[in-house]
Design a protein around this ligand. Sequence first.
Ligand code: BTN
Length: 323
Amino acid sequence: MAAKDQILLHLEERKGNWVSGESLAKKLAVNRSTIGKHISQLKNDGYPIESSPKKGYLLQKTADLVTPREIRVGLETKVFGRRDIVYFTETDSTNTRAKDLAVRHAPEGAMVLSEKQTKGRGSKARSWFSPSRDGIYLSLILRPTIPPREAPVITLLTAVALAETILSLTRLRIAIKWPNDILVSGKKLAGILTEIGTQGDSIDYVVVGLGLNVNTPQFPDDIRDKATSVLIETGKRFSRVRIIREYLKWYEAYYEVFNNIGFEPVRKRWRELANMIGQQITVETIDKKYTGEVQDIDKDGALIITDRTGNSHRIIFGDVTLI
Ligand code: BTN
């Protein structure tokens, strides 16, 4: 872990209390001026740290950081979030980091969190706006025993778990948009990026990346009309840590249902939360554009639509626009 991240974690452990430069230097086995340099960087990044030549450094009590320690306090899960949380103040992409860990045999339920991403990735090679400490950038590692063609159901399961999380903590009227979006008033609040690694005919790992705009006050011009945040929609700031704990709880519950019973109960809830059935949509796939009415999602998570001539189409991946 980078020295900067280690310092932040030490300060976080003693949040609201002074920590001497000397003790930090000892813990990291570096000199005090190196500590001072990293602290300046953290302050520049906007972390609320006070410095005193006599007392050392203090991270303010109110700092809302998504550190493993914060997440584990009051966490109501058995596996998810209990072990192997890798935390960064900044990284390229939590999905990229999680894939690295997955190929190095990280267990199911391991996850990567970052306060900021410099190369946050969206679907179809788009980028994901990931400003420091405003959003949640979280990637979970799963090892489901399903064939690769069923992997899309994991995205739908994630959307359901996330929708339940938002509904239980806010009064937002959200809708799931197939396959990987959560919308509020037609704007995107969250996105899911599912990536898989296979070994022969079976899945080795699934990395499920969640990007949720929580306390983002505004968006760059090019996405201002399309994106929104919990803050923009409710006028209130929310604790990201609390949202993460709730998400892990819902995720674990649905994942257990999925493993024990199958996709059907998840599909039932998806239909209610997505509210897409019977809607007129257009879907752009890599090579074609379809317009029609949504019939359903099938047992593998594909979207079934009927066009004007009555022909039915099964779509595995695409960009949906509601008409
Ligand atoms: C989309 O809607 O296009 C998917 C967005 C997924 C963004 C998240 S943020 C955490 C994880 N790391 C990434 O680089 N992407 C996902």
